[in-house]
Design a protein around this ligand. Sequence first.
Ligand SMILES: Cc1cc2nc3c(=O)[nH]c(=O)nc-3n(C[C@H](O)[C@H](O)[C@H](O)COP(=O)(O)O)c2cc1C
Length: 201
Amino acid sequence: MSHEISVAIAYHSRFGHTANQAEAVRRGAAEVPGTTVRLIAVDAITEEDWAALDTADAVVFGSPTYLGDVSAAFRTFAESTSGRWASQAWRDKIAAGFVNSGTMSGDKLNALQSLSIFAAQHGMTWVSLGLLPGWNRSTASDQDLNRLGFWLGAAAQSNGDQGAEQMHPSDLATAEHLGRRVAEQTHRITVGDVRPVPAEV
Ligand SMILES: Cc1cc2nc3c(=O)[nH]c(=O)nc-3n(C[C@H](O)[C@H](O)[C@H](O)COP(=O)(O)O)c2cc1C
């Protein structure tokens, strides 16, 4: 990869689990040469973070699942992008998403769909997880990559009585995969200087 790209990871996490997943996405993206990665906690977003989002080639959105959807803090961030939505400032940036919840399903697909619709409203180009499902055969195991069987993005399940450092290794490896894939796809799509001219914010 001869050119440089930047990936921003905009996430919310109240108890640290989604933050740990975001860190795994960061590790994966950073493995791809020529990639700069920035983690942004959306409930403590700064002017520098907004500037990084505006200039990023790709933004990966992440949220815990609260009552079957993205958290209120993520939603507050989403709604605060309405000026950028109006000018389509983020149009054609690469986007992807990851979600976390306490149960295996937890309705977190709904949260992931919210992230993808948010990206679509901004005119962004959504990158899928790009993995076959794991843990779906008698010979399979919960250690499989994509053990929760998602396609739209990366999912994680976090036990309510365990801290973020005890998250399932498969879910963290799946998040790393998403980060790598986003960086790879962003390199592929932006090569040859076809990246869009940023619209006015
Ligand atoms: C207000 C609230 C609502 C929640 N709703 C759900 C839910 O709908 N489905 C689920 O499986 N877990 C639910 N959980 C559990 C969280 O998704 C889970 O603890 C997650 O790992 C928290 O991520 P965080 O540590 O990044 O905040 C909820 C937790 C809270 C605090």
